[in-house]
Design a protein around this ligand. Structure first.
Ligand code: HEM
Length: 243
């Protein structure tokens, strides 16, 4: 019963996440950007733009310029999240890749760093009056879900251990459509329930800033309006009609 429930939940969550994200990216990619509006100083070549976007993704450059505290907590959370997710690859691959084995110890520290970063971001929403005023329930909900996932993960690691071997067979079974029983440990059920919830809300949530960054005209445009005339597609049609 539990196995069927969680297996169905993860198939549903994966379908919503993949389908929803594909739809959003398609929407972003086909949204007109009629104006030339890169935030200056901006790169004047395409390579420069690639480098600028790379710095945004890896270092959160513009956030650093805007606010050092949010940058610190936000960067620590995201960097730690990447390491935690890479560490998790061991549950989905057989045999486990060598480099995934090597990063296992770092993954555990990253778990603590991830939760610390999230708590810093949450404290800001609760303690800074201006930020508290503009914080919507969904802002708190996202933080709560992520803290819940991190805290239940650390609990499993240090307090209420689960059967990792059985859990891995369950996930490998899901991927090969050869279902295996799900370990019935309460903390694991919370961890995975929250993960599935996060996957389902992702395409409808503020977490879309991740793919959205690449489609932001202020960041992805080349500063060359003097060299090349910028024409939106609809304007191109109008011009063609006029001549
Ligand atoms: C289906 C996906 C997932 C599975 C099967 C899973 C499973 C697990 C398991 C079994 C542990 C305990 C590790 C141990 O005892 O050594 C754990 C820990 C943890 N999980 Fe997950 N998890 C999943 C997704 C996630 C996601 C999406 C996040 C972050 C948003 C996350 C964050 C953590 C953290 C921070 C820890 C504690 C540190 C560590 O052991 O790596 N998990 N997870």
């Amino acid at each position: 019963m539990l196995t069927v429930a969680y297996a169905s939940l993860f198939y549903l969550a994966t379908a919503v996440l993949v389908g929803g994200l594909a739809f959003r990216v398609w929407e972003y990619a086909t949204t007109p950007a009629p104006l030339k509006i890169p935030t200056t100083p901006a790169p004047t070549t395409r390579d420069g733009v690639a480098l600028r976007l790379g710095r945004e993704v890896v270092l959160f450059e513009s956030l650093f310029k805007a606010n050092k505290w949010i940058w610190l907590f936000g960067w620590v959370f995201h960097a730690a999240l990447v390491v935690v997710l890479l560490r998790h690859l061991r549950y989905f691959t057989q045999p486990v890749w060598e480099w995934v084995v090597l990063i296992q110890p770092f993954g555990v520290y990253a778990g603590f760093a991830m939760v610390a970063g999230l708590l810093g971001l949450w404290a800001r929403r609760l303690l800074v009056p201006r930020i508290r005023y503009i914080s919507a329930p969904s802002d708190h909900l996202m933080l709560a879900v992520l803290v819940g996932i991190g805290a239940s993960g650390l609990l499993m690691k240090y307090v209420a251990r689960t059967d990792i071997v059985a859990l891995k067979s369950f996930f490998l079974g899901l991927m090969t459509v050869n279902w295996q029983p799900m370990p019935p440990d309460p903390v694991l059920l919370v961890h995975l329930g929250l993960v599935a919830a996060l996957m389902i809300v992702f395409p409808f949530s503020k977490l879309l800033h991740a793919p959205g960054l690449f489609f932001s005209p202020t960041r992805n445009q080349v500063d060359n309006p003097r060299e090349r005339r910028h024409l939106a597609n609809w304007a191109r049609g109008l011009e063609a009609g006029r001549s």
